[in-house]
Write a protein that binds this ligand. Sequence first.
Ligand code: CP
Ligand code: NVA
Length: 315
Amino acid sequence: MDISLYKRKGVVANKHMLTLANYSVNEIYEIIHTAVMLKQKQHAGKKHEYLKGKTLAMIFAKSSTRTRVSFEQGIKQLGGTALVLRQDDIQLGRGETIRDTALVLGRYGIDGIMIRTFKQSDVEELAKYSSCPVINGLTDDYHPCQVLADLMTIYEHFGKLEGLKMAYFGDGNNMAHSLMIGGAKVGMEVVCCCPDGYRPNEDIVNSAAQFGKVSVTDNVDEAAKDCDVIYTDVFFSMGQEKTKEKIDALMPYQVNEQLMAKAARGAVFMHCLPAHRGEEVTEGVIDGAQSIVFEEAENRLHAQKAVMYLLMKNR
Ligand code: CP
Ligand code: NVA
């Protein structure tokens, strides 16, 4: 079904948001439509305190600007409160188990937990023992919340999702993985363009391919051809060591003016941010007319509010 025909129902079946692989296309549409509704209310200055009295705990083992602020500001706008827990400030950072942490948080009236960490298995473990919804705010493997905001942004820009072509250039990382899964689910063609040695995880590519049209190539011309959305991300994700070898391998995949010229007319440039101008993208592209990166960043707020609303409202 085309996303524009979808009618909001106010529910998703999933208790947690760990990866978009567990979400149906209709659930993804539900989140996007809810985010659009919440954005309209916020822009119109209308109160929307649908999570009054609820508390979100946020655990961070890595840095964050957008995820931290969008969730914290988002829960406040929904009438709730946030508890920010840097991993090093809590006993988790000193070796307390994830299971014990989940069981303890469950005793304090926490209604949702957002976690940003390294291992996807840690997020899954937390969800296993948590009595409240767990939201993945980025792991080494996935970044589903970012992709929900991205799909919302693409929908707002093009008025559709199905049939669009998106190409991701650079490191085959967490963003590449989640874009392939989310994009394939909503009927987009997703091409991941990267060199040998920096390709996305093969198992994740194969799983994304079950949902739709995804491919991996090292051919920049082929990937950019007829492309509606050109996407890139940092060469070095959080926790990765910076090496000259990787810069040399990824520089031919830099999104620059020449690459943008190969895409479809009307193509847009997207980046989850933070960006490194002069590495994965040139200043001219990210600060140019085709870039929608700040709309994309704003939509983190609305998309995250939609996820919290749908997962936490019945607690
Ligand atoms: N895009 C994103 O997740 O940004 P932060 O690392 O600033 O949260
Ligand atoms: N791939 C990047 C995304 C940051 C939002 C990282 O994991 O650091």
